[in-house]
Every structure is written in structure tokens, then in C-alpha cells.
Design a protein around this ligand. Sequence first.
Ligand SMILES: Nc1ncnc2c1ncn2[C@@H]1O[C@H](COP(=O)(O)OP(=O)(O)OP(=O)(O)O)[C@@H](O)[C@H]1O
Ligand SMILES: [Mg+2]
Length: 560
Amino acid sequence: MAKQESFAFATRAESAASGRRARHEAKAPPRTKRPPKQPRGRTSAVELAKKQRDISISEFFAKNRHLLGFDNPSKALLTTVKEGVDNSLDACEDGGILPDVRVEIKQISETRFRVSIEDNGPGIVRAQVPKIFGSLLYGSKFHRLRQSRGQQGIGISAAGMYGLMTTGKPIAITTRTGPKRDAHHFELVIDTKKNAPKVKRDDVIEWDKEQGTRVEIELEGAYRGGQHSVDAYIRQISLANPHAQITYVPPKAEEHGAEHVFPRVSDEVPAETAEIKPHPYGVELGVLMQMFRDTKARNLRSCLQIDFSRVSPRTATEICSRAKVPPSRRPGEISREQAERVHQAIQATKIMAPPTDCIAPIGEELIETALRAEVRADFYASATRRPAIYRGNPFLVEVGLAYGGDLSGDDPVTVYRYANRVPLQYQQGACAITKAVIGTDWKSYQMQQSRGGPPVGPMLIMVHIASVWVPFTSESKEAIAHYPEIIKEIRLGLQECGRRVATHIRKRKREAEEAKKLAYIEKYIPQVAVGLEHILGLTERERNTVVTRLSDVLERSRKM
Ligand SMILES: Nc1ncnc2c1ncn2[C@@H]1O[C@H](COP(=O)(O)OP(=O)(O)OP(=O)(O)O)[C@@H](O)[C@H]1O
Ligand SMILES: [Mg+2]
């Protein structure tokens, strides 16, 4: 019996590896007492251990390049441009400079392009250049809670890595931090095994630019039109960044003489945003415990005050007493149970909303100006909501809307999605913005809408979410995660604009109906005059006077 059991076990184990062999052996009778042999092709734990090793982040992303937005040639071209432009705009904003960005795409062969992005930003200190461009997860934005386009420290080095993998060419960087400083030119590649840079060239060069950075990447790509194109990106980014001047030279521009300049609409650099500490609402228990371990504060009360935003001494004391943990307790000695009680006490305590100066909205006025520049419509509306919080992070939603005019009326409305002023062009279906647009009842705003679908009509909707940390669904930063707080705010913004567009549509409908009625009356005025002529025996002159008078009355009512 015992033998049979062990046989049965061996068969079962093998069947996982090879179904066919397992079936064959299952039919054969048990032959010997030999212990079950290790099946061929199997590895022991010891052998496995030899193969187990660190995976460098760049090896990981080189294999999973789709996670970073390099899953096909046309998307790769867009992502490369986007990473470069996002960085340029961020750098200019950090330096309080009005951005002047030049994007040039040269087509080298059927499938090969050379992208260059040049800015007038603060430049990059020489020693930092290799790390920034030659290793993934290196940057200035990840560890701070502050609104910026980039946040992960992967963007530009990933684009460089993609270029290297597909063309073997290094990434080239020219940068200068001021007119009295040298301009440095680097060419470098990323060593994916080590996630470290290998510098191929490091020279001081003559550069006519006083300050700024130019990044050049050669890559396998495809230049296509449409909603996902680089052209659409450039147009949309200039829409959400009216303070930036963007010059765009598409492939084959020499042939077509096309250098597109998207001029600056506003001369104000967006308000400088402050870096903030996390707000206590929504901080997860594990994060809270980690903060207790890492804090420089001596006791719980001061930890709550120093490491979080909006916690006053009174609020801190209130949290401690509600959690029944002494305020003087050393944070490092707080037990898991106590931390859990503090976590619950935070949720139960009334705490002021996070500071709003950490978020720079585009603003209702500029959104409308930008929309007017984009489309000729009959009606425009915009709404900037007050900041709200998801998982302890402040965020803010803005909605812009254009209706009628040149917009086409038979298709689902166009939705432009933005996060921290960057257009999102892919993964529309997975995005919280799409969910909120679909979840809004547009029928009550005089629009057509089928169940579970977007509204249909001559409308363009622009939704912007600004946050100190935008919760993207993946590293390629294409769609916003479905946090209920975010969806709610987007919906409220859409409703605000929806109400205004509904008033406009109703007014237009009323006007159209009245015009129809007036036209009808106008048609019958001569008949009325003829009737009166017969009944009252009017002369022809009197009859004409009736027509003139009635027409006057009608005309006056039209003007009212
Ligand atoms: N044009 C530039 N001018 C000045 N500094 C730059 C420029 N481009 C990049 N940097 C610096 O290099 C860092 C790394 O850039 P990278 O694009 O890899 O990551 P990120 O922008 O921080 O985040 P993300 O991965 O979300 O884009 C930035 O944080 C910034 O400090
Ligand atoms: Mg970046």
C-alpha cells in the first residue's frame, strides 16, 4: 500500500512536468522498489540557488519595455519625445524660467529616427549627467511630494535605453548651467546588467546657447498621424502649458518647409508649488509604522506634528488621547497595536484639509483661452475645483468644455485627458477620467448618451488632474487609477460645466423655436390683412398699412 502511494506520488509529480509520460507510466504496473528517481530536466533547490540572483532594474525594464510605453515603434517615438519635453518643462519651472522648447525629429531611414529636445532650462551639473541619463530610477522628483510632470526617475534614461537597444547608438547630451560656465557634451550608454552609465564621450564644446540642455536619442520608430501621434501630443501639451513656447520640427520638415511654432499665450510662469509633507488622512498603516521607525522626532506628538501636514499641537494631542497612546511615547517603540490605534484615531479626528499652495492649477481663464485657440465653438466653460485628498495626497481637478461651432455633432465627444499638464493619449478605457465622463448623466444636460457610453454631440471636454503624486496605473504614465475620491471630483467638475452648457443649449433651442414661430406668423401677415380687408372693407392702402404695422410689431418682438 505504502509502495503504491509513493508510486502514485511520483506519477503525480511527473504529470506536472509531462502529461504524456505520466499517462504512459500510470498504465505500467509498479516494477521495482527503487526510490523514485528525480525526473529528468528537474533542478534541485541547490542548483536553483546557483541561478537565483539580483535582477537589475534596467534588465527588468529592458524585457518589459511595454511597461514604460515602448511597446511599438510609433508609441516609442511618442514616449521619447514626451519624456524629453516633460523634463524640459519641469526643469524650466523649477528654475522659474519661461520655457522655450525645441523638438526636432529627423527621419534617418524607413524605421529610424533621431529625436532632439532642447530647452532653455537651468541645465545640469556635469557630475550628474551620467547618472541621470545612464541609470534607471535616478532623479530629483521621486522623494518629494510636489507637483511636477515627472515623478519616477525612469523617463529619460528609459528612452535612452530603448534607443541603445534598437539602434546601438548612445544618448547624446549637451548642457550648460550659465553663460559663464562651460558647455558639456556627453555621449553615454546604459549598462543594463549594472544599471549604471558608461560614458563614451565627455567634452567641453562651443555652444551658442547660454543655458539649457539638449538631449538626442536615435531609435527605431514610426511616425504616424492621429490621436496617438507626436503631432497631437505637441498640440495638446501646448494647450495645457500656455506659458511655454514650443517649436516643433516634424520629420521631413526640410521637404515641406514646416517648422511649427506654438507661441506663448501667457507670460507667467505657473505659480511655484511648495513641497509638502503627507496629509494624515489616507496614510496606510504600514507607511505610518515605517514613518515611526524613520522619524527624527523624539516622541509621538512631535512626530505627528513634524512629519505630517496640517497637524497642530492640539490635533496631535487629540489623536494621541483618542488612540490611548501617551504623547510622550518614543515613535520607535510604538507597537503594532498602538500604531493601528493611532491610525484609526487619525481617521476619526477632524484635520484641516491639506495646504493648497502645493498645487498649481492652469486656471479657468487660461483653460478657456487655450480652448478658444484650439477650436472655434459657440460656447466655452471651465471649472477649477477646490483641492481634495486621495490617500493623503492633495489633488485638484479642472474641467474645460467647448460646445458647438466647428465641432462635429454626430460622434462621441472628444475627451482630452491631462495629468500635471501632460496629455495622456493611450489607455483611455482604463482611465479614471473616462470612467467619470461615462458615469455622468449627460442626458440631463441636453446631450445624447447611450447606456454606459460617452455623450454624443458637438463637444470637446478637457479634464486636468493636478497632484503632488498622480496615481498612474503603470510606469508609462498613461491612465489614472480609479480612486473614488478622484472620480467624484472629476464628476463634480463635469457637472459644473454640464449645467452651464445645458443652459446654453436650452437657450439656443428656445431661440430656434421662437424663430420658427416668428417665421410662421410672418408668412400669415398678408393673409390676415386680406381677411381684414374683406371683413372691414379696407382700402388697398389701409390693407398695406396693416401689413407694415404687423410686420413692425413682429420685428420689434424679434429684437426683444
Ligand atoms: N532637461 C533637463 N534639465 C534639467 N534637469 C533635467 C532635465 N532632464 C532631466 N533632468 C533631471 O534628471 C532627473 C531624471 O529625469 P527622468 O526623466 O529620468 O526622471 P523624472 O523626470 O524625475 O521622473 P519620470 O520618470 O516620471 O520622468 C530629473 O528628476 C531631473 O532632476
Ligand atoms: Mg522625466
